[in-house]
Design a protein around this ligand. Sequence first.
Ligand code: ITT
Length: 192
Amino acid sequence: MKTLVFATNNKHKLEEVQALIGDGFQLKTLEEIGCFDDIPETGATFEANASQKSRYIYERFQLDCFSDDSGLEVDALSGEPGVYSARYSGSRDSDENLQLVLDKMAGKTDRKARFRCVISLILNGEEQFFEGSVEGSITEVRAGAAGFGYDPIFIPEGHAITFAEMAAEEKNAISHRGRAVAKLVAFLQEQQ
Ligand code: ITT
């Protein structure tokens, strides 16, 4: 079975990707390979940050690995929080971050937004990118308790409830991360 390190410190991402990647692959966490570093993320794009995370692990451990850089882009906020999604309010507190989005969106009629996810895979020393996105809109108030991050204020297009009101499988089937992981899995299957 193929073993891949998933270079993330976000346990919600890990749970989602574990559910999506299927039985054909064994995921190793950063903890399992003995990496407790604060991996730098200083890029201006999801691609650059994803690359930084997977290269950091590959260079130190020489293991096949991938990373996910993701976030919410709100049209009326010129694409914010974007690459700053994890710390938009200055802290990593999801409640504070999503409240800042709601505050900045007060009174705005254009509520269009999307989640984007870029995966950087380093397999046998070669890097590949896989992308996924989901269009949707920002609610006026938060709803739901499932998921993580901005899920309580994001309604995917064609649906009437937020990601945080959906079962994990329902979110995974249409999410930015679900779509990027599906491309990653298809690529890995071709390699076998
Ligand atoms: P790692 O870098 O360790 O993977 P992180 O949480 O810092 O974890 P990112 O830098 O990629 O990850 O930031 C992603 C942020 O975007 C995340 O913390 C959430 O605030 C938001 N986000 C990404 N995917 C999301 C999702 O599916 N639902 C809700 N919010 C999401």
